[in-house]
Structures are given as C-alpha cells and as structure tokens.
Design a binder for this molecule. Structure first.
Ligand code: NAI
Ligand code: MG
Length: 358
C-alpha cells in the first residue's frame, strides 16, 4: 500500500538538506507518495501563517512527516503566534506527538569531534526517549500571583505546575521498553523521585509497565546523577526514558557528547506510530544557501521514519549502512571536517550516500 509522506522543508538550510533526504528515499524504490508544502517562515511568507491549513491538513493525513527546520532572524520581531517555531509546537499538538526519540550516536570515524576523550565516547550509541507533551512545560495552573501568606507574603510569585497522568507515563513507558527491546535490552528511567511526588509516581508506573517486558532490564537514576554519568561513562546507557523537562536538558547534553549536531536525527511519535522526523539541529541561517550544510542528520531522520512509521526496517538499515560507508570513505561536510579527510558539499554528500546505497 502506498504510504503518504508530508515533506516540509521549512527555512534556512531546511530546503537543502531535505532535498538530499528526498533523493535518498527515491533511490529505495518503495511505494511512497511524497507531497511538499511550506512550513515556518516560508509558510508565513506565502500564506501568512507558519502552519497554514494546507500544511496542517497534509501532515494530518500523512503516514509520516519529513521536516527540515524552521526559523530565521528576519522573523524575530513577529508576534509569537506567527513565529516559525510555532509550527513545530502546532504539529506536535495537532498530531499528539508525545514521544520524542533522540539517538546520540558517535560513529568511530568522528570520535575526535567530541569534547570528551575518544575512549569514553568512541562508538557511543544511546537513545533518549523524552516525553514531549506533558510535565511542567504544559501543567496548569501557571502564571504570576500575589502571595497571601508565608515568608514572602505580599510578594509576587512566578509559578508552574508539574504533573503527569498515569496514561501519559504508561504510554511513554511502552514506547521506551519497545525501543529497548529492539536494542540492548537495558532501560534507565530518569527522575527526581527523592524530591518530587510527580517523579515517585513516574517511577512506580515504570516499575509496573516493566512487568510486561521481562526481557528488558529496568534501572532508575536521579536526573542530577544522570547528567554526571552522561559525561563520565555514557556508553553504560542503552535507552533512557524521562519526562519533558529532564529530557529537554539531557538530550541536548547527549547531543553534545557526539560533537556533531549535523549528524543527529530525531523522531516524534504518537500512539498510532504516525511521526514527525527531523534533524536535531535548527535552520542554521548562518550557512543557509551555501551548499555546505551537513545533510546526514536529515538522511538519518528519513531512516528513522522508515523504521518507526513506515514498517521498512530493512531499508532503514540500508540507509544507515550507506551513511557509515561514506564516513569510512573519509567524506566530510565542513562541520565534521578534520585534516586528512575529504571535504564535500551538501549535494556531494547526497551523491555519495546514493552511490553507497547501490
Ligand atoms: P542551529 O542548530 O540552527 O545552528 C547552530 C550552529 O550549528 C550554527 O553555527 C549552524 O551553522 C550549525 N549547524 C546546524 N545544523 C548544521 C548542519 N546540518 N550542518 C552544518 N552546521 C550546522 O541553532 P540556532 O543557530 O540556535 O538557531 C537557528 C534557527 O533555527 C533559529 O531560528 C531557531 O529558532 C531555529 N531552530 C529550529 C529548530 C527546528 O526547526 N526544529 C530547532 C532549533 C533551532
Ligand atoms: Mg532543547
């Protein structure tokens, strides 16, 4: 059956990197129907909104969304609801994309890109599963209020609310256990259960969900310790599952372990495995239009799309192997270039991946 893919290039380097990922998908000879629509600043320019109805409708009916990046300095003065970045939040909300999967992989060939010692990070391959639609980022009530008692009586106070419903914890738990089952069969749930009620509840639910996955080893870690262990011994992790706030911070930390933002894909999934796939980086306006951006994060995002939303794991494996091959051949875009390797452009990197696929 034909699978529908919404291709949303967005702004900045988005168009350049998506073009290469689309070429790679085309080479696989799968039954895919790709339709492109603008998103972010490009959509604002064309339709007066970063997520116009044509784009939202396409995204809703698609099996998966391949997303470039959005944002540019020239939109900085727009009211918040018209900023390019609102498109991502709108898509997450409209599609219920509650599970964010961020692999942090350091290919052996790029071990020098990390700020950590090669022996600590070479061959790193971990997956962070971050809950994306709950937690203190969305909890109500929130705002600024006047205190009516306590040591700061009469003072103004800013406040947010952290909470997780059982269903929210269970469903992200299942996503994480299933991912762990397909990998190293180790899941570390990260929380702050020594201090937070929300976290103790999270931990209790994870322990319960674990009963359905006897083949996966579940451990727990406090978030402050996890932040330390990620730089001390990151390879000890396989899959990490955590809430929205902790996951935001830890996934950026893990990305930096690899030192190459141009290499990191991501996926955001909902309960029906519909997903939005995008590189972890932004629209890089500083290098846009120069054909020098690294397209590999986007090409690897397309591989994740095949694996998680399109039921095409063998083709995902092929893309990942092709990426590994071009790195072994010594081909590097500017962001990962080092002496002794061959510097290539965005489109040349796409050419090389296509060739490696043959
Ligand atoms: P950024 O990730 O766009 O760029 C950070 C640095 O990394 C820049 O020096 C850039 O040149 C470099 N870089 C990023 N991707 C690269 C690639 N594929 N190849 C080579 N170099 C690459 O983050 P920044 O500068 O903070 O944000 C720029 C714009 O992107 C802003 O408007 C921001 O809001 C937006 N943004 C969008 C995201 C999305 O669409 N999901 C995520 C993060 C930021
Ligand atoms: Mg972040």
């Amino acid at each position: 059956m034909t699978k529908k893919i919404a291709v949303l290039p967005g702004d900045g380097i988005g168009t350049e990197i998506i073009e290469q990922a689309v070429r790679v998908l085309g080479a696989l000879k799968l039954d895919l129907d790709l339709e492109t629509q603008p998103v972010g600043g490009a959509a604002y320019d064309q339709h007066g909104h970063p997520l116009p109805p044509v784009t939202l409708e396409l995204a809703k009916k698609a099996d998966a969304i391949l997303f470039g990046a959005v944002g540019d300095w020239k939109y900085d003065n727009l009211p918040r609801e018209h900023r390019p970045e609102q498109a991502i939040l709108g898509l997450r909300r409209a599609l219920g994309l509650f599970a964010n999967l961020r692999p942090a992989i350091l290919y052996p060939e790029l071990a020098n890109a990390s700020s950590l010692k090669p022996e600590v990070v070479a061959g790193l391959d971990i997956l962070i599963v971050r809950e994306l639609t709950g937690d203190i980022y969305f909890g109500q009530p929130r705002g600024v209020r006047e205190l009516s008692d306590g040591p700061f009586k009469g003072d103004r106070q800013g406040f947010d609310t952290m909470h997780y419903a059982e269903t929210e914890v269970r469903r992200i738990g299942h996503v994480a256990f299933q991912a762990a089952r397909k990998r190293g069969k180790k899941l570390c749930s990260v929380d702050k259960a020594n201090v937070l009620e929300t976290s103790q509840f999270w931990r209790d639910i994870m322990i319960d969900v674990a009963k359905e996955y006897p083949d996966v080893e579940l451990t727990h870690m406090y978030v402050d310790n996890a932040a330390m262990q990620l730089v001390r011994a990151p390879k000890a992790f396989d899959v990490i599952v955590t809430g929205n706030l902790f996951g935001d911070i830890l996934s950026d930390e893990a990305a930096m372990l690899t030192g190459s933002i141009g290499m990191l894909p991501s996926a955001s999934l909902n309960a029906s495995n519909q997903g939005l796939y995008e590189p972890s980086h932004g629209s890089a306006p500083d290098i846009a239009g120069k054909n020098i951006a690294n397209p590999l994060a986007t090409i690897l995002s397309a591989a994740m799309m095949l694996r998680y939303s399109l039921d095409a794991a063998p083709q995902a494996d092929r893309i990942e192997a092709a990426v590994q091959k071009v790195l072994q051949q010594g081909l590097r875009t500017a962001d990962i270039y080092e002496a002794g390797t061959t510097r290539v452009s965005t489109s040349e990197m796409g050419d090389a991946v296509l060739k490696a696929l043959e």
